[in-house]
Design a protein around this ligand. Structure first.
Ligand code: C2E
Ligand code: CA
Ligand code: CA
Length: 775
């Protein structure tokens, strides 16, 4: 790649906008990026190594024709690590390399850094790593070993940050060059930086800085390092302090060495009141902060480091004798390393917090909870410990109705209450949207105690909000897996508690685990079985009870597994619903039934109805209507001969939705039957508003008519009801002639059951129809 000059337009430097988030750079930048230019004056050569062409254009555009240390930048471009190697072999005097981590390989950038430092032995060039993924922290070893001067995620590199980062690198390169004759001093600086990178936590880092300063200047350094909080911040970091939170001191001592040792953690101004070295340090640091630069006097060195988010760090080292020019320069270079190191230390601790704590509630998150659980399982506390999940009921609705901000406040309030309910030995975590976990002794972590916390309303924004909760619990003493497994078990118990609404809580038991595993096994088997064509549809005829003529059939799903056993739909339909597979399977049943009806009509059975069962899950699927319309159109079946069966329990949920949905379905021309009628409690007026055509009397009531002394009660009522509403009625599960006879007397027009025919495969059905249809 030839060197390129940045575009000529001035950069509009106003917003701190995201360079790498912008869609595309202006065309001028693209054109300019490829034009070789003569080099009339000294420049800083910046090599961009990135496999994303956009990054090249946005970078040259962002850094534009800005000068750094009174020289313009010149860009070199490599689009892979291999290309960069070739380029580095022939080009010299590169000041800064902006290096992408992930290119040909996941670590191509790190390998290239190794090549630069170890094979090419280029020690001066400054390397800035850029990674695409936010949250991806390159290994600290790599930063240390390859003398990486900075790393940033691409999204973090706003135009202004990119500018300051590259400027700092250029300045550092210039200084390294300027004092290149003092290699030993420089080595000390580099080694000091390396030693610091390995330290975690701001306090350790601060102590390390003081130690390394002593090393560089070759003296035992007393000293103090402070963090400067620019505004009047409170302990939560708010700039308009809230009265109940303590104020942060303006200059807080992070680390002290020698005479300053005992000051760590305190306010420098407090220490200064006693006079002595602290008051001299306070004056010197204030002076250096005001000047914004390092200050060297005969009595001390004061260094200023710029941290993240407007925070600054400052160190003061009292000296018995003034520093030489070289020592001052070394400290300047070191200062640059420290500033980067501090940012990284802060970033790492931030990443640590983000990885283990929930931002909203400040509670441990799932990852941290699992760690704590593992530890609890390994400790004597296990004997009486309970892990519980607390799920807020109807939180989604509250959130939708009152807004997310309100929802967040509510979650924070619940977190607070849970945390303050049972003493210090309790671990409260937030493991998902509205699911909290409480881990602790059974005396505290039990449904009675915890659900009682929800008895009083929460006060949010001056409003009283009532929330109830559902719990799933696991006794850790009965658990012999990992912490993660315990959490899974608690989740299983929670799901069970939610299904059995009235209890409000459920303890996990081993048998539930077995049951769930069996369900999962069956789910996999069903999925593969369906794909392998093991599912087919059987048809059970329905007859006119008086004439015994076939009037229709119900499509019933069958599953014949590999070993030839038939699995009952009563077993696998719930699993198909649970797994969502019912959507595909249901479509398959509908299409099979429609095709079969078309064939039957071709064979002359023109007045024949095909009933198809529709599950609730299918019915609620947003594309159900569309699926129905397409299936009807593509099979070219006359819709008025297709009937959908929905269960009465389904008819009772969400009346408005159902009424609207049924109206839509009716518009396609199909008819609707209510299955298992009599088992629910549909009111007459409600039934009238549903546009249904038929009622199916549940088999239980058909069986009852010959068994109970009073005989026909419920079946009779259903038949009456059907007559009043103008609906046809089918009696299900007719097994003997007595039942058929009584039903007929009661005025039931149609029947279905083993007495007439069993469900049968299509070929048999056609045979049966030929034999049972009077000419
Ligand atoms: P259902 O809709 O009430 O179907 C009637 C069930 O009663 C069928 O059982 C049928 O074989 C059985 N049956 C019919 N006549 C008699 C009889 O005289 N005596 C007795 N004891 N039983 C009789 P099956 O086929 O095992 O289906 C069970 C349930 O599975 C169905 O109850 C239905 O809820 C569901 N199902 C079956 N196929 C499908 C389907 O394609 N989709 C959906 N969503 N559910 C289906
Ligand atoms: Ca049915
Ligand atoms: Ca039924």
């Amino acid at each position: 790649m030839p060197p390129s000059r940045p575009p000529f337009e001035a950069i509009k430097d106003d917003p701190d906008d995201l360079v790498f988030v912008e869609e595309a750079a202006p065309a001028a930048a693209l054109l300019a990026a490829d034009q070789p230019q003569p080099q009339p004056q000294p420049v800083w050569r910046v090599l961009i190594v990135d496999d994303d062409a956009d990054v090249h254009t946005t970078t040259t555009f962002a850094l534009g024709n800005l000068e750094m240390q009174s020289r313009p930048l010149e860009f070199l471009h490599a689009y892979s690590a291999a290309e960069a190697r070739a380029l580095l072999a022939r080009e010299a005097d590169i000041a800064v390399i902006l290096l992408d981590v992930v290119m040909e390989e996941d670590d191509a950038g790190l390998k290239l850094a190794r090549h630069i430092r170890e094979t090419l032995k280029l020690a001066d060039v400054r390397i800035i790593l850029r990674t695409g993924q936010p949250g991806y922290a390159p290994e600290i070893e790599a930063i240390r070993d390859f003398d990486i001067n900075d790393y940033k995620t691409k999204s973090e590199l706003t135009r202004i940050k990119l500018y300051t980062t590259v400027t700092a690198a250029v300045r550092s390169y210039e200084q390294i060059r300027a004092i290149g004759n003092s290699r030993s001093g420089l080595d000390r600086v580099v080694r000091a930086g390396v030693a610091l990178m390995a330290l975690q936590g701001v306090a350790a880092f601060g102590a390390g800085v003081l130690g390394q300063v002593g090393h560089i200047i070759g003296r035992d350094a007393d000293g103090v390092l402070c963090v400067h909080h620019p505004f009047d911040l409170d302990a939560a970091g708010a700039s308009s302090p809230r009265p109940h939170l303590p104020r942060l001191p303006r200059l807080q001592v992070v680390a002290g060495a020698g005479a300053f040792g005992p000051l760590a953690g305190s306010a420098l101004s407090d220490a200064a009141r006693a006079g002595g070295p602290a008051s001299a340090a306070l004056a010197a640091i204030d002076g250096a902060l005001a000047a914004g630069t390092n200050v060297f006097t005969d009595h001390g060195a004061t260094l200023v480091f710029h941290g993240k988010g407007g925070r600054q760090f400052a160190a003061h080292i009292p000296l018995a004798a003034p520093l030489g020019d070289l020592e001052q320069r070394l400290l300047e270079v070191f200062g640059g390393t420290v500033a980067v190191g501090l940012e990284n230390v802060e970033l790492l601790s931030h990443l640590h917090t983000a990885a283990f704590y929930d931002q909203l509630s400040k509670l441990p998150n799932r990852t941290r909870l699992v760690e704590i659980l593992d530890a609890t399982l390994d400790s004597p506390a296990r004997a009486s410990a309970i892990l519980s999940l607390v799920d807020l009921d109807h939180f989604a609705e509250t959130n939708d109705a009152l807004g997310h901000q309100f929802g967040d406040l509510l979650l924070a309030a619940v977190a607070y209450r849970l945390q303050h309910c049972g003493g210090l030995d309790l671990t409260v975590a937030r493991i998902g949207g509205d699911i909290f976990s409480v881990l602790g002794d059974a005396s505290v972590v039990n449904p009675a105690h915890i659900l009682a916390l929800f008895a009083t309303p929460f006060s949010i924004d001056g409003q009283d909000v009532r929330v109830s909760a559902t719990m799933g619990l696991v006794r850790l003493i009965e658990h012999d897996g990992s912490g993660a497994d315990a959490l899974k078990d608690a989740d299983i118990a929670l799901k069970r508690a939610k299904v059995q609404q009235r209890a409000g809580h459920f303890y996990f038991s081993r048998s539930m685990g077995v049951e769930i595993r069996e369900r999962v096994r069956l789910m996999h088997a069903l999925r593969t079985g369906f794909a392998a064509g093991q599912l087919f549809v059987a048809y059970q005829p329905q007859v006119d009870l008086v004439s015994r003529r076939p009037v229709g059939a119900e499509a019933l799903l069958r599953w014949r597994t590999d070993d030839g056993t038939l699995v009952s739909p009563a077993v696998f339909i719930p699993i198909a619903e649970y797994s969502g597979l019912i959507i595909e399977i249901g479509e398959f049943v509908l299409r099979s039934a429609c095709h079969e009806l078309v064939r039957l009509r071709a064979a002359g059975h023109l007045d024949f109805t095909m009933s198809v069962n529709v599950s609730q899950v299918q019915f609620r699927h947003p594309l159900f209507l569309q699926m129905l319309r397409t299936a009807l159109a593509e099979t070219a079946v006359p819709p008025q001969f297709v009937e959908l069966e929905i269960t009465e329990s389904m008819a009772m949920e969400e009346p408005q939705l159902l009424i609207a949905m049924l109206a839509e379905i009716k518009r396609t021309g199909v008819t609707i039957a209510i299955d298992d009628f009599g088992t629910g409690f549909s009111s007459l007026s409600y039934l009238q508003r549903l546009q249904i055509d038929r009622l199916k009397i549940d088999r239980a009531f058909v069986t009852e008519i010959t068994h109970s002394a009073r005989g026909s009660s419920i079946a009779e009522m259903v038949i009456q009801l059907g007559r009043n509403l103008g609906l046809t009625v089918v009696a299900e599960g007719v097994e003997d002639e007595r039942q058929a006879h009584i039903l007929q007397l009661l005025g039931c027009p149609m029947g279905q059951g083993f007495l007439f025919a069993r469900p049968m495969p299509p070929a048999e059905l056609q045979q049966w129809l030929r034999e049972n249809t009077p000419a």
